[in-house]
Design a protein around this ligand. Structure first.
Ligand SMILES: [Zn+2]
Length: 293
């Protein structure tokens, strides 16, 4: 009996492969149909929400009024290569970065775009925040269950809100590669648009400060007249104040700034002294607080 039963099942399995094919076909068909129904119902609900959500429609209306710039890189790369390891070692990354940011053509080009986007976006969000929630009656009219309606409305809202670029990541790389290319040194610093704006203020101020101090130095040099030079030498007894050498010992006397002009020294009685050329040449722009080198 047992053997028989096994035989019949295996016969059935063997004899009716078409039945199984049909069954499989119908199962797949049903799955496809269910899928189509679900998708079309979802589509229909989205359509209904779009039609009855006053909040979504108001957002679309506001979007029409705003034009943002979208053609802005999200990451901007700047790199600088140094001719020697020594120069690479010595670079003051923060200071040099500010200069590179300030002088970068691309950043100068998009500066206005990002600034404008930021300003406009503030107005935009202000206006968007005045949009009221979709009234209950509209939700009822849509025939979409409340929970679903709100869920779909939120998704639509996120998709529709404008997201203009308002910042840029700036990656600055300082690089040195040894002549044979065997050794590779790299330092990378990351900055953002606000750092660039800071550089735009700081660098011109620094340039102005340098220019001002140069003007000041020229002014101090111009104050050194022949008459003042004579007065200082006379005060010092026509001798080098360091070694005591006199002009006739085949030595030339100079009037020297104790605090050098390049370091903020003034052409004034107290900051001047007589030096022979030997003592003076050893001194250059050095300065110690005793006035002695
Ligand atoms: Zn001397």
């Amino acid at each position: 009996m047992k053997e028989n039963a096994i035989n019949t099942t295996s016969e059935k399995l063997y004899l009716h492969p078409l039945v199984w094919s049909y069954a499989l076909f119908f199962i797949i068909l049903i799955i496809i149909l269910v899928y189509i129904i679900i998708v079309s119902r979802k589509k229909h609900r989205y359509k209904q929400v779009k039609k009855y959500s006053t909040a979504y429609q108001n957002l679309c209306e506001i979007n029409q009024k705003y034009r943002f710039s979208y053609l802005i890189e999200s990451v901007h790369l700047i790199s600088e290569t140094y001719p020697s390891k020594q120069k690479w070692d010595r670079v003051d990354i923060n200071k040099r970065s500010m200069e590179l940011l300030y002088n970068d053509n691309y950043l100068n080009l998009i500066r206005e775009k990002i600034t404008e986007n930021r300003e406009k976006y503030k107005e935009y969000t202000k206006e968007v925040n005045t949009i009221l929630k979709t009234p209950k009656e509209c939700i009822t009219m849509s025939n979409v269950p409340l929970k679903q309606f709100i869920r779909i409305e939120n998704t639509l809202w996120d998709e529709t809100m404008l997201k203009p670029p308002q910042d840029i990541e700036i990656s600055i790389t300082f690089r040195y590669v040894s002549p044979q290319g065997r050794k590779h040194y790299e330092n990378t610093a990351t900055y953002y648009f606000d750092d660039y704006l800071f550089a735009c203020v700081a660098i011109p101020l620094e340039q102005q400060r340098v220019a001002d101090s140069k003007t000041q130095q020229q002014f101090e040099r111009a104050k050194m007249s022949n008459s003042l030079r004579y007065d200082i030498m006379k005060r010092d007894g026509f001798r080098c104040v360091l070694c005591g050498a006199k002009a006739f010992d085949s030595i030339t006397l100079h009037v020297d700034h104790i605090i050098p002009i390049a370091k903020g020294g003034k052409t004034e009685w107290d900051n001047l002294r007589t030096l022979c050329d030997r003592c003076n040449s050893g001194k250059r722009d050095k300065y110690d607080y005793n006035g002695l080198n």
